[in-house]
Design a protein around this ligand. Structure first.
Ligand code: ATP
Ligand code: MG
Length: 457
């Protein structure tokens, strides 16, 4: 039975298929403790969406009417985090449950009586909402009601809550109908919601691809119209979101949607126009193959490191840049360094790749040369590099179909498996011999103060 309450729809326990067995026991413990202490406690957002879809939630977000300080008083294992908006983190052995106090997005004038000392924090309505001239939210830390908390969320399917008091689902936005119909729809006017936070556009794409949903027409039109404004979001945040898209297991689908909406060209203008052009009469098809490869790895439950992901996705583009530097006379290592530096220089102003990740990406590409030198100097040192597996995998995925490369990879794999040195097969030996290593002559340094051996005789 659906029961209307204010503007919400409550779906009773027996009307929905969510079982508590699918929930994190720690997160449930948090909800029960809040309830036992007289507070309201809900699961909210992605976990409720995923539970209803029969998917395993990534994390369980809890919202409550208890203030962060009140939460801290209830839980010994609680730490408050966040300067802008205080959140409580409840620490368990292998899990942290995030507990947020209901928030509102609506800017509100302070009401004098509510600002009086001694009023509960969550009822105070300071003006803490700050927007820039274009309506982007810069700061939003106003406590609110459960309904306001649901309405400030991005999409209807992400606004459902699960109430521990009666195990019901509360739907303030029509999220359940959209979930059943497979629709991603912003809560409220999509033009406004994307203006407030352009990152929501990337989230719409990710959820549509990940869940196999369609983006509702108004939302899609607003998204396409606002695509170019994605660059207003903070570059490190855009990188984080892009990672989530590419590592979602549906990266290829995400890419298609990013292209259709114009987001991809806005995020990666140089790379995107390179992809659209041909090199020496050939289209750039490797990129699509790499997206499929990463998707298959993720779908198998494997992890792909950030530098390897970037190398797979952007490697061909970087190689072409390096080739340009090489033609200008730069040696291999320098040309790769210059190519990666150029790539970082054009990408980072919009999508900020951390320097350390950029350096690790550069290493994967530049160490490809080392794989050809068999056995080379100190193969065991090379094998013990932290990124050895990434270097090997990059080689295997991008060039492994070549017979010669396959043999080299086999040798390295055997070498890595065994402690004792693996003999070099003659056909690989020839290549090694073709690249003789210059040995530096080491001269003994004379110590001018040392007495000569013959002195004193
Ligand atoms: P997943 O964790 O599976 O990627 P999620 O929906 O849980 O998906 P989170 O980033 O964990 O996504 O965010 C938790 C919830 O916070 C969302 O479900 C949504 O309700 C809200 N939310 C997150 N980002 C935004 C945003 N940019 N604008 C409005 N609400 C947001
Ligand atoms: Mg989540």
């Amino acid at each position: 039975m659906k029961k209307e309450q204010h503007s919400s729809v409550i779906i009773a326990r027996q009307e929905h298929g969510i079982s508590r067995k699918l929930m994190s026991p720690n997160a449930l413990r948090v909800l029960y403790r809040l309830k036992d202490n007289g507070f309201v406690g809900y699961f909210v957002g992605g976990c409720v969406r995923d539970l209803l879809l029969g998917r395993e939630p990534k994390d369980f977000d809890v919202v409550t009417n208890a203030t962060p300080n009140e939460v801290k008083r209830i839980f010994r294992n609680c730490r408050l985090v966040g300067r802008r908006f205080r959140l409580a983190h409840i620490h368990f052995h292998d899990e942290i449950i995030e507990v947020a106090t209901f928030r509102s997005q609506a800017p509100d004038d302070p009401e004098p009586e509510q600002l009086e000392a001694g009023k509960p924090e969550h009822r105070q309505r300071h003006v803490r909402m700050l927007r820039d001239d274009d309506g982007m939210i810069l700061r939003d830390n106003v406590y609110g009601t459960p309904e306001e908390d649901a309405l400030r969320r991005d999409f209807t399917v992400n606004s459902l809550s699960y109430n521990i008091a009666d195990f019901s689902i509360i739907d303030y936005t029509g999220g359940l109908a959209d979930l059943n119909a497979g629709i991603i729809r912003t809560i409220g006017d999509p033009d406004v919601r994307f203006q407030e936070d352009p990152v929501r556009m990337l989230r719409a794409v990710r959820f549509a691809a990940q869940l196999g949903f369609t983006i509702e027409e108004h939302t899609r039109k607003a998204l396409a119209a606002a695509a170019a404004t994605i660059v207003r979001a903070a570059p490190p945040r855009l990188y984080d979101e892009m990672l989530k898209l590419l590592l979602s297991g549906e990266g290829a689908k995400c890419y298609d949607l990013l292209c259709q909406t114009g987001l991809f060209a806005a995020l990666f203008p140089d790379f995107s126009s390179w992809l659209g052009a041909e090199s020496e009469g050939f289209p750039h098809t490797r990129f699509g193959e790499m997206l499929d490869y990463v998707d298959s790895r993720i779908q198998q439950g494997d992890k792909v490191s950030q530098p390897l992901l970037l190398a797979l996705i952007f490697g061909e583009y970087i190689d072409e840049k390096a080739e340009r530097f090489r033609r200008q006379g730069a040696p291999w290592q320098q040309s790769v360094n210059a190519a990666v530096a150029e790539f970082m220089g054009e990408t980072c102003p919009v999508v900020m790749i951390a320097n350390r990740v950029g350096m690790a990406l550069r290493d994967i590409i530049s160490q490809q040369m080392r794989l050809k030198k068999i056995p080379g100097r100190r193969p065991e040192t090379f094998i013990s590099r932290h990124d050895f597996n990434d270097i090997i995998e990059y080689c295997r995925v991008t060039r492994g179909d070549k017979k010669e490369v396959g043999k080299q990879l086999d040798w390295w794999a055997a070498q890595a498996e065994q402690q004792a040195p693996v003999p070099v097969p003659p056909e690989l030996m020839r290549e090694t011999e073709a690249l003789p290593r210059k040995r530096k002559r080491r001269r003994r340094r004379r110590n001018p103060n040392a007495k000569s051996g013959t002195e004193g005789i």
